[in-house]
Design a protein. Structure first.
Lengths: 315, 274
C-alpha cells in the first residue's frame, strides 16, 4: 500500500516525501475542485518538476461535483487540463461525469490517468462497472463503505486493472455522503450566528432537549422513542452517525489489497500535514509488520488493539 | 400545458396509507404515485411492484423511487427490476405508465443489463451532477451534463423546493450549451433533502471498536416516526427521517403554474411524510 498525500504549497513537498508520501495530489483555484486549500496555479509547473525530481507522482483534483461552466469557460478548462497533462501531471481526479467524459474515449484520451473521486461515491460493483467505461485507472473509495460491502468492487477492479484507494479513517470521516451534502451551504437556512467548530453537522452543545418527535407513524413502536431520541441527540452533538471506517476496516482493506492510502486535508498547516503523513506511515508499517509475522486473524486483532490505543496524534 | 400532480408515500406503503384513511383522497387528488425508498436500500422490497400494478389498475401512473445502493441493495433492486419485467410481460403492468427514478449510477447499470423498458429519471441524490440548487437559484452546470444523462435515457430530473421561486439560467442555455426544451423537472415539496448518510442516524447501532461493521443494519426505525432538531445555530428546524436530514418550506413557492413552467417544472410531487 502506498501513501498519497495532499499538499498546497511547494515547500511542503520535500518534508512530506521524507515523512513517507509516495504520491502527491493538490488542487488549483482555476479548476473546479471539492473542498478548500489550493496550490497557487502558477506554482503547478514547479510542483510537477519538484515531484519528478523526488521520483514521485502527482495528481490534480478537478473533483467538484458542482462544475458550472459556459461553453467558453469549459473550452478553457479542457485546454488547461490537456496542457497540464502534457506538462507531466500524472493523473486527474474527477467526480462529475460530464467532465470525465471530456477525456474518455480513444480520440479524447489524455496522456494522464483518470481517477474517480470519492465525491462520486462508488458503493457497489455495478457503479464501478459503469465508471470503468470512462477508462478510469483508479477508484477512490468513499469512507462510508465497509470492507465487507466492498468485496465485489475490489474483485471487479482487480480483474480490470483498476487501482483502489481509501482514506485514513483518523483524518477524514464525515458521516454524510460526500458530494451530496448541503449542510455546509447556508443558502437554505438562516444562521443565528457564525457556526462554531465545524458546520451544521456538529452541534457544539450537550445532549438534551434538542430533538423531539415530529410524527409517530407506528404507534405500536412508541416505546422505542426515548431511545431513538437519545440516539439522535448523541449523534448530532457527538460527531454523527456510526462510522464504517475504523481500525478494523483499515486492516481489512489493507489485507484485501487496496493499493493506496490517502491523507487529504489540504487546508491543514504544513507541519500538521507532515505529522499526519508520519502517522499514516507508522500505521501502514504496523499493518505490514504484523501481517508478515502473524496469521491474518492474529495480525488483525493486534493491529486493532494497537490502534485503539492511538492517542489522536495531538492534532 | 398543465402541471401534473403526484404524491410521494415515503416510508409508507399503500396498506399504511389505507389504514390511515388517506388512500381514497390520494387516489382522487393525484395522477402520479411515487413509491419505494428514495434514500435507503434497507427498505427495498419487491412487494412495491404489486402496489404499482394495483395503482395502474386504478388509472394511476407510478414512479418507483430507488436509493443509493451497496451490493446488498443492488441485489434487492435486481429482484425488483426482474419482478417488474415479469409483470410487464404478463400485461399486469403498462411500461408506458411506469417511471423509475435512479439515485445511484449502479442502478443505471442494472437497468441497462436488465433492458428495462421503463423511462428513467435522475433522482434528488444525483441532482448535483447537473444542477446547482444550493443557493437561491437553480442552474444547469453545462449542456454536456444534460447530454451525458440523455445518453442514459434521462430527460427528467428531480429537485426539491428551495422555498422561493429560484432564478434559473435556462433562458441563457445557449451560453451554457443547452436547450431548455430537452429536459423537464419534477419538484418535490415541502421538504428539501439537505443531506443523507449511509449509516442511519436513527436506526444503526454503534459499531464496537474491535470490529468493522459489515454493513448498514437496522430494525426499520425510520418507519416509527420522524424527528425535529432544534439546531442552536440556525432559525429553522432540521427534520430527520432515517438517514436523511430535511428542511421544510411550508409556504407556497409559486403564484401560478406558469411560474413553475418557467422553471421547467411540469410535475409537482407532494411529500407529506418526509
Amino acid at each position: 500500500m502506498k501513501i498519497v498525500s495532499c499538499f498546497s504549497d511547494l515547500s511542503e513537498l520535500e518534508p512530506l516525501a521524507e515523512a513517507g508520501a509516495d504520491e502527491f495530489y493538490t488542487a488549483v483555484g482555476d479548476l473546479p475542485a471539492f473542498s478548500i486549500g489550493v496550490l497557487p496555479a502558477a506554482d503547478l509547473p514547479k510542483a510537477v518538476k519538484k515531484v519528478r525530481a523526488l521520483g514521485k507522482r502527482i495528481s490534480l483534483a478537478v473533483n467538484a461535483i458542482h462544475a458550472p461552466a459556459t461553453d467558453r469557460h469549459l473550452g478553457a478548462v479542457e485546454k488547461r487540463i490537456r496542457r497540464l497533462a502534457a506538462l507531466g501531471v500524472d493523473a486527474f481526479i474527477f467526480s462529475n461525469p460530464y467532465l470525465l467524459g471530456l477525456f474518455s474515449g480513444r480520440e479524447k484520451r489524455l496522456g494522464a490517468e483518470l481517477h474517480l473521486s470519492s465525491v462520486q461515491p462508488v458503493f457497489n460493483s455495478l457503479s464501478a462497472a459503469f465508471f470503468s467505461r470512462f477508462g478510469i485507472a483508479r477508484i477512490i473509495l468513499p469512507n462510508q463503505l465497509s470492507p465487507h460491502e466492498a468485496r465485489k468492487i475490489l474483485l471487479f477492479c482487480r480483474a480490470r486493472n483498476i487501482e483502489t484507494e481509501i482514506f485514513d479513517y483518523r483524518f477524514f470521516g464525515c458521516a454524510y455522503v460526500n458530494g451530496r451534502c448541503q449542510l455546509h451551504r447556508p443558502g437554505h437556512y438562516t444562521l443565528k450566528s457564525a457556526i462554531v467548530e465545524g458546520s451544521l453537522c456538529r452541534i457544539n452543545a450537550k445532549p438534551g432537549g434538542l430533538v423531539k418527535l415530529r410524527s409517530l407513524d407506528l404507534p405500536g413502536r412508541a416505546g422505542e422513542l426515548p431511545a431513538l431520541i437519545k440516539r439522535l441527540e448523541n449523534r448530532f452533538t457527538g460527531g454523527g452517525s456510526p462510522r464504517l471506517s475504523d481500525a478494523a476496516a483499515f486492516f481489512d482493506f489493507f489485507a484485501s489489497g487496496v493499493q493506496y492510502l490517502k491523507y487529504g486535508t489540504r487546508h491543514d498547516l504544513p507541519e500538521v500535514k507532515v505529522k499526519k503523513v508520519r502517522e499514516l506511515r507508522a500505521m501502514l508499517g504496523l499493518a505490514e509488520r504484523l501481517s508478515s509475522s502473524n496469521p491474518r486473524a492474529e495480525a488483525r486483532r493486534v493491529f486493532i488493539r494497537e490502534l485503539s490505543g492511538w492517542n489522536g496524534g495531538g492534532f | 400545458m398543465a402541471v401534473e400532480k403526484g404524491i410521494r408515500l415515503g416510508t409508507m406503503t399503500l396498506t399504511d396509507l389505507k389504514k390511515s384513511g388517506g388512500l381514497e383522497a390520494a387516489l382522487r387528488g393525484f395522477a402520479w404515485f411515487y413509491l419505494g425508498p428514495e434514500f435507503c436500500e434497507n427498505l427495498l422490497d419487491a412487494s412495491v411492484c404489486d402496489e404499482a400494478a394495483w395503482l395502474q389498475g386504478r388509472g394511476k401512473k407510478v414512479c418507483l423511487l430507488t436509493p443509493m445502493l451497496s451490493e446488498k441493495g443492488a441485489g434487492r433492486l435486481d429482484s425488483v427490476f426482474k419482478k417488474l419485467l415479469r409483470l410487464a410481460k404478463s400485461g399486469a403492468l403498462d411500461p408506458a405508465g411506469l417511471e423509475i427514478t435512479v439515485n445511484d449510477f449502479g442502478a443505471f447499470e442494472l437497468a441497462r443489463r436488465n433492458r428495462l423498458p421503463f423511462r428513467l429519471n435522475a433522482g434528488r441524490l444525483l441532482r448535483e451532477n447537473v444542477f446547482d440548487d444550493t443557493g437561491k437559484a437553480v442552474t444547469v452546470h453545462n449542456g454536456l451534463a444534460l447530454k451525458f444523462f440523455r445518453g442514459l435515457g434521462v430527460s427528467r430530473y428531480e429537485l426539491s423546493t428551495i422555498g422561493t421561486p429560484p432564478d434559473v439560467n435556462f433562458a441563457r442555455g445557449g451560453l451554457f450549451g443547452f436547450d431548455r426544451r430537452t429536459f423537464r423537472l419534477t419538484l418535490y415539496y415541502p421538504y428539501l433533502n439537505l443531506t443523507s448518510t449511509r449509516t442511519c442516524l436513527v436506526g444503526m447501532r454503534d459499531a464496537p471498536p474491535e470490529g468493522a461493521a459489515r454493513g448498514v443494519s437496522c430494525a426499520r426505525e425510520c418507519r416509527v416516526g420522524s424527528f425535529e432538531l432544534a439546531h442552536p445555530a440556525i432559525k429553522e428546524k432540521l427534520l430527520v427521517r432515517g438517514n436523511t436530514v430535511f428542511l421544510e418550506f411550508p409556504e407556497k413557492f409559486y403564484a401560478a403554474e406558469k411560474d413553475l413552467l418557467r422553471m421547467n417544472v411540469d410535475r409537482l410531487v407532494y411529500a407529506p411524510f418526509l
